[in-house]
Design a binder for this molecule. Structure first.
Ligand SMILES: [Zn+2]
Length: 299
C-alpha cells in the first residue's frame, strides 16, 4: 500500500471502512483511531477559491464579542514565548487572531490560500502571503509563535505542514493549533453524520494519539493536547431527525458554526452558565470526549 493510502496521522495501513460521504470512503485507523479519507482516493481537492464567499462571508462589523474575548485569552498564553516578537498565523481566514495579536504588540503576519480572504486582509492592512505555507519560504528559526487554527484537517499532507511549522519556529518557540477531534462525543454519537466528517474539505479528523504521533515525527517535544467542547445543537438536531421518520435535513457548515456561536454566547452570558460550561468542558477533557482539540507544542 502506498503512503498516499495510509493514515495521515500515524502512517499505519491497518484500517476499517466506516462509511462514505460525498462519494469518498471514510476509514478509521486501527492503530490511532483517527478518521480519514486517503489522499490517494481523492480525485478533486476542495476548492479554496470558493472559501469565504456568500455563506461564509467576511465583514468588518460582525465578530461576536465572545470570540474577541476567547482570542485575547489565547494570545495571553503566548507571552512567555516572546523573544523576537514575530508571530505567524497559518490560515489567517478573517484575521481575528492577527487583529488581537497585533493589539497585544506582536509583529503578526499570516499565510492564507483563499484569494477572497487575502484581499480582505490586505484591505485591512495585515501583512499576508497568498498561498500555502511551503510557498512562503520563511527562513529557519524565524518565529516565536506559529498558530494554525482549523487548518490541519484540510491539508493533504499534514506531516509536511507540521514539519514546515517546526522548521520556521525558533528553538523553544511555540506551535498553537486547533482541529476537530476525530474520537470525541459527536463523532461517536453521530458517526459519519457529524458535519465535521466532510471529505474532501476535511481529510483527517485526528485522535489525540494520532496528533501526538504526527507532532513527534515533525520534531516537536513538550506536547500538550486538550479535547474540550461540544455542540449539543448538532447532536439534538440529528436526534430529532432520527426520531421524525422521513425528515432528513442536515446542517450546513455555516449553520453549524452559527449555532455553535449562539450556544457559546448563551453559555458564557452569566457566571452560573459559565460554571456549567467549564464543568462540562472539564468532564469532556478528563474523559477525552470533547469535540475540539487544542494543541501546544514546543520546538
Ligand atoms: Zn493512524
Amino acid at each position: 500500500m502506498s503512503s498516499s493510502n495510509t493514515c495521515p496521522a500515524c502512517q499505519s495501513s491497518f484500517r476499517k471502512l466506516c462509511g462514505q460521504k460525498n462519494n469518498l470512503n471514510i476509514y478509521i485507523c486501527s492503530n490511532c483511531k483517527s478518521l480519514y479519507t486517503p489522499i490517494g482516493e481523492v480525485t478533486h481537492l476542495f476548492a479554496y477559491d470558493e472559501y469565504y464567499t456568500e455563506d461564509n462571508e467576511l465583514t468588518d462589523s460582525y465578530v461576536p464579542e465572545f470570540i474577541n474575548e476567547v482570542m485575547a485569552d489565547i494570545i495571553a498564553v503566548f507571552a512567555p514565548y516572546r523573544r523576537n516578537n514575530r508571530l505567524l498565523d497559518v490560515g489567517a481566514g478573517s484575521g481575528n487572531l492577527l487583529a488581537v495579536a497585533t493589539q497585544a504588540g506582536w509583529q503578526a503576519e499570516g499565510v492564507e490560500v483563499s484569494p477572497h480572504s487575502v484581499d480582505f486582509l490586505k484591505k485591512n492592512n495585515f501583512k499576508i502571503f497568498h498561498g500555502d505555507l511551503h510557498s512562503a519560504s520563511f527562513p529557519n528559526d524565524n518565529f516565536d509563535v506559529v498558530t494554525c487554527s482549523e487548518v490541519i484537517e484540510h491539508v493533504p499532507e499534514p506531516l509536511a505542514l507540521a514539519t514546515e511549522m517546526h522548521r520556521i519556529l525558533r528553538p523553544g518557540g511555540l506551535l498553537w493549533a486547533t482541529t476537530p477531534h476525530g474520537a470525541g462525543i459527536s463523532r461517536l454519537l453521530l458517526g459519519t453524520e457529524w458535519t465535521n466528517v466532510a471529505p474532501p474539505e476535511h481529510l483527517c479528523l485526528f485522535s489525540t494519539k494520532g496528533m501526538e504521533n504526527l507532532l513527534k515525527k515533525a520534531g516537536f517535544n513538550q506536547i500538550t493536547i486538550e479535547v474540550r467542547g461540544f455542540n449539543p445543537f448538532e447532536i439534538f438536531h440529528n436526534l430529532r431527525n432520527w426520531l421524525i421518520p422521513g425528515k432528513k435535513e442536515r446542517l450546513t457548515g455555516g449553520e453549524r458554526v452559527e449555532k455553535g456561536y449562539q450556544l457559546n454566547a448563551a453559555l458564557t452570558s452569566s457566571p452560573l452558565r459559565k460554571t456549567v460550561k467549564n464543568s462540562l468542558n472539564e468532564a469532556l477533557n478528563i474523559t477525552k470526549m470533547g469535540d475540539s482539540m487544542k494543541i501546544w507544542a514546543v520546538k
